[in-house]
Structure formats: C-alpha cells, structure tokens
Ligand binder design. Sequence first.
Ligand SMILES: *Cc1c(COP(=O)(O)O)cnc(C)c1O
Length: 457
Amino acid sequence: MFSLTNLAVSRLICQNSMAKEYSSSFSTHLQKHMPTPTFAVHSALALKRPIFWSNPIHNGIAPAHYEPLVAAAIERLHRFAPLLAASFDTLKPHGGHICSQLLPVLQPEQLISSSDLLEHKAILIKADHMLAGSGSIKARGAANAVLEIMEQIALAKGISDVTRDANSHLRSILAEHEISVGSTGNLGLAIGAFAKALGFKAVVHMSAEAKAWKKEMLRQLGAHVVEHTGDYTQALAAARNNTRSQNQHFIDDEDSESLLLGYATAATELAKQLDFAGIEVSERSPLFVYLPCGVGGAPTGIALGLALLFESNVHCFYAEPIEAPCMILEMTRRGTSADSVHEIGLSGKTIADGLAVAKASLLAAQLSRTIMAGGYTVSDETMLNDLRKAHQTQNLQLEPSAAAGIDGVRQLAGRLGKIYLEERGLQVEMAHITHVVWTTGGSMMPKHEFQNYLGPT
Ligand SMILES: *Cc1c(COP(=O)(O)O)cnc(C)c1O
C-alpha cells in the first residue's frame, strides 16, 4: 500500500546497489496524432509566453544497448562508494553513496496553488538539491565521469585494484592529470569537487552566468577557475580547445555519454523508493516526472534510466526558461540542427543560471526523441515565486533552476494533463497519476544568496 510514512523513511534505502533487473522487453507503441507543425512551436517560443509542447513521437522506448551501460554506471558508483566515502568529507556520512531523498508534498494545494489542480495520487519531490557531494543533480554524472577517467588511468598503469590503491600510489599518478570542464556553475562545482577529492588537477571554465560563490567555493577546493565573459557555449568551446596533452581530460557537457549514464543511475534509485513507498508504476498508474533542462544531459539521462525501467508508463517533461528553450527548439527542428535560441530572437539569459544554455546537446536531443514526453517553458517570475513557495510550504532551499519543475505539476495535474492523456489515447484517471518534481540544486547556496531570492520579508 502507498503510504506517506514509508516515504519519510525512504532515505534508508539510499543505497546505490546494483539494479536487479532491467526490463528488456520493449513494446512498440503507435502514436495516434499528428506532429505539431514546427513553425507553430517556434513562433510560440518567440512570443516569450509560457508554452507546453507534447512530443508526438514519444513512445518510451530507449535504445536497448544503453541498458548494460547504465548497469555498468550503477555498478561503478557502488564499487567506488568506499573510496568516495574515504576521500570526500560530505559523502562520508552516506557511506560514499550519492543518493537523495524522495519527499512527499503533504499539502500540494499550498505549493501548487492553482484552481486548475485536479485529483492526484501523490506529488513527490526528488530532492537532488540536497545531494551530497555537490548540492545538485550534477553529482551522479560528475562522479561517474571522473571515476571512469580514474579507472582508465589506473588500467594504463597496470593498477588493478583501484579501490585499495587509490589513496597512495594512484593518487600521486592522478596528480599529474588534469580534468577540465565548461560550466554555468553546478557542473563545474561537481566535477571540480570529485576531481580534487580523488587527487586530480581540476580546471573549470565558467560562463558569464556562473555565480561568484560557486567560483569561490571551487577555488577553496583547489580547482583552477577560468572566468569567461561569454555564454555557456563559448566557455565550453574554450575548455574544449584548451585540451591538448594526453594528461588532460576534458569532460564535454555537450557530448559526454559518461555524464549521461551517471545521471541515468538516479532512475533505479527512484524506482526503489517508489517501490518501498508502495507506489505502483503501471499502465493505469503512470509516473509523470518534471526535470529542469539546461544543455539536456541531466534530464535525458534520467529519462533514459526511467524509460529502461518503466517504458511508456513514465512521462518525462523537461522544464526550460522562456528565454532559453534550447531543447524544445532542437526537438522541434526538422532537418538541420538549431544554431541557438538566438535564431528565434531569444536572449538565452535567465535568473536560472543552471538552465542558461542557448544550444542543446545534440547527443541528448537525439536520445530524447522517443523518451521525452514533452517540454514546457517557465518565466523567471514563476521560478522565483515557486522558489519562495517551496521555502514557505516545504522548507526547501532551492535555486531558481531547481524550482522550474514545480510549474509542470501545475500544468499537468490540471486541465492540460487531461488533454495530454486524451491526445495519446491513454485511459488513465487523473487521480491515478504520481507526479515527481525533480528539485535539482540549491542546498549549497550561501544563506545570504538565498535570502536575496526570498526578498524582503
Ligand atoms: C545543470 C542543471 C540542470 C540541467 O542539467 P543539464 O544537463 O544542463 O540539462 C538543472 N538544474 C540545475 C540546478 C543544474 O545545475
């Protein structure tokens, strides 16, 4: 039976142990309706009003070859948990497991406050904003990517038992290697933190959006921070071009399968927590998930993991700022890929620094084709309001990006959800849907920064 008290103790199953089974029988699922004409979506985006886009080719089928790759990432994070616990202060209390709580929203009307809200089964928060290691959704991706590089170096040096060796001999080898990354803030923070903890040199190229406190925190950790005046795409290009020698390892946020697979491990974690809480995911009780989207890696990775487990019974919606809807733009392009959101007259600038990305990752966009149920855009004002409501009603400390998922419930647990189900010919009662809002970052924000978002009280 579904019980909210079970959820309260769901932290107890914050264990990243091996996924027992990944369902591998993928059913084909025919879509009934015609695609929305591309120009209609683009002109709606250009008008800078909140939009909702339903992906006509979504069927919940992920490429099967990803299944063993996700399983390998889960296994890697599990195997190195003791090492992470030993080298990372904030992960020690968690035994080196990177896992976030699943929190129930007990009085959803207070958080969502919409007259449109229909009956619902449960509204839950996947609290990645409190993720140990980096305080954001980036932790699992970053850990997987950095550990994979470490493993490769060890292998090349003939060190077989990395878990035992890492503190001594291997550490001195890793000190000769540099890991670099381009970031709007949180990815840099996560990669920098994991790289430094394991003994690497770390270079983080930050775009103009990156908050001063994130740069400062990285410098404290001993990472080298390069500040760029341009946007995220430019910071990324600079980082890419600076990678020349064999001892330099660039983690490309626009094109890293390793990051994506790290993010995908969160799906098994969520599945276990839902199971523990007695929440079924099935054809008559589907799961709706709301994921803030920047370059697209994190939402795509999680959608991938969830699709491998729940196929067409999970519906992942990506949330993007009105001024930076790079993923919806890319997904609705036919033929050539989009240059950037600038081509439809948008600035790419938003208060949601983690989502301030003008061009989507093509790897993420390609993979999202069949596993992204849809996307919607949110104004800065809505994100700020939801940040405040999440604080007042749930006592959460979110950054603006992390609040973008909340508006999805407002939309899909209301009239829009009904239309969405009808459009797809799904015979589901609104009251049988479980909604999961993924809160993606914010707990490491200094108090005064957060106070600025809350405004005068
Ligand atoms: C990075 C980030 C996202 C989105 O991840 P992408 O891989 O860039 O799509 C969402 N929320 C926060 C807080 C982030 O830092």
